[in-house]
Design a binder for this molecule. Structure first.
Ligand code: CP
Ligand code: NVA
Length: 308
């Protein structure tokens, strides 16, 4: 059976810790290497990753491509619309064809069941590059960022404010696995996926659900938000109005701990979910977080290929 990375639970807490440590080591080992050079070792030499995008991407696309190159392998990027997939070829047949040629597949799609269908038929590792349900690769980078800024994961108080979306679902999943707590502040009607809330609680995390941004952010170690309108969603005026009290501004971040970090998976919409002042401020680590997508992808790739 290939090792798939459809959600964080596929790896589990020990493997996630191993990924974070591997990413820290490889990131440090690259210090001093010129950009464009492969890593000192090339553990994925000869391996090829096929990437299928049904939605836009900058970070996921470039970080996986660069990760494969720096690990000695290669990646190919395919726009689903220009594949036969876009003319009605099934996911199952696409998976069986690609699986006979490439070594692993990453797919960014809307419906999570398409990802599962791909994994069922590919015969090679399949990686979730974001679905409407979850975004596990992002969270490995986020955890790496938090750890590299000197914060231990167990017992951490993470505050999420805004839309209860796919990124939040993977944070909740990580909370249960890595033993931290999450306070979620959303407008009514935009609460997180109850399956992920229940799973995190069952694993022992304190998950607080509130409709107050300040209540969520108060005393937090980490403050996270994301776009109010995810890819594929309607840009409804009513949603933006409901989200307005959940903007991360100077007042809200002041209610968190003085050394709290601000995270955002990007792309950001300044003036909507976050003000320019917070985004550019001293507590914002969003570009470390973006860079860490590269280092995290390497560890995810090494894990699916059985090297971690
Ligand atoms: N954060 C993230 O997944 O970015 P992209 O949509 O640019 O890949
Ligand atoms: N929640 C966002 C994340 C983008 C990386 C979306 O799904 O569009």
């Amino acid at each position: 059976m290939p090792r798939h990375f459809l959600d964080l639970s596929d790896a589990g807490g020990d493997a996630i810790a191993a990924m974070i440590n591997d990413a820290i080591d490889r990131k440090a080992a690259r210090a001093g290497l010129a950009k464009g050079k492969a890593d000192h070792d090339v553990p994925l030499a000869g391996h090829v990753l096929a990437m299928i995008f049904e939605k836009s991407s900058t970070r996921t696309r470039v970080s996986f491509d660069m990760a494969m190159r720096q690990l000695g392998g290669n990646a190919m990027v395919m726009d689903a619309a220009s594949m036969q997939l876009g003319r009605g070829e099934s996911i199952a047949d696409t998976a069986r064809v690609l699986g006979r040629m490439v070594d692993a597949i990453m797919i960014r799609t809307d419906d999570h069941s398409k990802l599962e269908e791909m994994a069922l038929h590919a015969g090679v590792p399949v990686i979730n590059g974001l679905t409407d349900k979850s975004h596990p690769c992002q969270i490995i980078a986020d955890l790496l960022t938090v750890v590299q800024h000197g914060k231990a994961l167990p017992g951490l108080e993470v505050a999420w404010v805004g839309d209860g979306n796919n990124v939040l679902s993977s944070i909740l999943e990580a909370a249960g696995l890595m033993k931290f707590n999450v306070r979620v502040g959303t407008p009514t009607g935009y609460e997180p996926d109850t399956e992920f809330v229940g799973q995190a609680r069952a694993r022992g995390s304190n998950i607080t659900l509130t409709h107050s941004a300040v209540e969520a952010a108060s005393g937090a170690d980490i403050l996270v938000t994301d776009t109010w309108v995810s890819m594929g969603q309607e840009h409804a005026a009513s949603k933006l109005a409901a989200m307005a009290p959940f903007q991360v501004d100077d007042g809200l971040i002041a209610s968190a701990k003085p050394d709290a970090l601000f995270l955002h998976c990007l792309p950001a919409h300044l003036g909507e979910e976050v003000t320019q002042s917070v985004f550019e401020g001293a507590q914002s680590v969003v570009f470390d977080e973006a860079e860490n997508r590269l280092h995290a992808q390497k560890s995810i790739l090494r894990w699916v290929f059985g090297q971690l």
